[in-house]
Design a protein around this ligand. Sequence first.
Ligand code: FMN
Length: 307
Amino acid sequence: MSGKPPDLTVDIGPLKLKNPVLTASGTFGYGQEFNDLVDPAMLGGIVVKGLSLRPRPGNPPPRIVETPCGMLNAIGLANVGLEAFLKEKVPWLQKLHTLVVVNIYGNSIDEYGAVAAGLRGVDVVDAVEVNISCPNVKDGGMAFGTDPDITARVTEEVLKNCDKPVFVKLSPNVTDIVSIARAAESAGAHAVSLINTLTGMSIDIERRVPTLGNISGGLSGPAIRPVALYMVYQVVRSVGIPVIGGGGIMDYRDALEFLIAGARAIQVGTANFVKPRVSLEIIDGLRKYCRDRGIAEIEEIIGTLNT
Ligand SMILES: Cc1cc2nc3c(=O)[nH]c(=O)nc-3n(C[C@H](O)[C@H](O)[C@H](O)COP(=O)(O)O)c2cc1C
């Protein structure tokens, strides 16, 4: 083949990504924390920490514990809130020259809409990712993302208030993720991303107390990869909108599994804590995989699983 490097660009609805590698929400901050190690301009994009209308302190410590092949976190969606985000983080994000996705959440459907409305006209924000994994206080504490009707209502509310493409981020803590993905699609979502963390706990056997201050937390890392991959596989076959896949991706081989299953882009989360430059290594690995096999465009790989 010619010396031309493989084309890694992918489309997610109306967005064009330089390559299919995004950093996952909550694991890469606003890019600031990784600035000396990773040039965000090299990435397909970054998904910033979950943003709420008002600042949130998060859960009591301890908030993170290691588990076999992964970690449990109960950060509790701590964040600066919309006002400080616009004042303090947006000027920083403007310098990054990368695609910026803002992950949002609310305690009510109206609050989701209000956060989306607050981002209207903010040029640096390329897309909004709606985290529907948090508890819906008004409807009895069940997460928004466990009910197809509520998923659709949240999606509609965000779309009504938003001037960007909307991704809905699905929770794996459900019986049938396909019905939730279809609800998001029917409500007009431009893409779905999956998976968020799986709920779990761990116990300190000396003190006989939960290790996490919040009792339960979200499991992430390689332990969840097979679950995530199967959910992505199922959702890809069931919806027409783009699917962004992730969960336990540690290297380019893991990323390829998700792309072959049909994800059009991938998110790297926990791996950033282990190896801050991992997302760049994944991009290099994808490029080499394509080059070594004479594949001119990464698009040629997406959704090519033989079953
Ligand atoms: C410390 C931490 C914080 C996270 N914060 C968020 C968040 O604010 N919003 C969200 O939608 N997902 C959040 N996540 C979930 C990740 O974005 C990702 O979906 C999940 O960890 C699975 O991917 P991984 O196994 O590659 O980490 C968080 C995960 C971790 C580990």
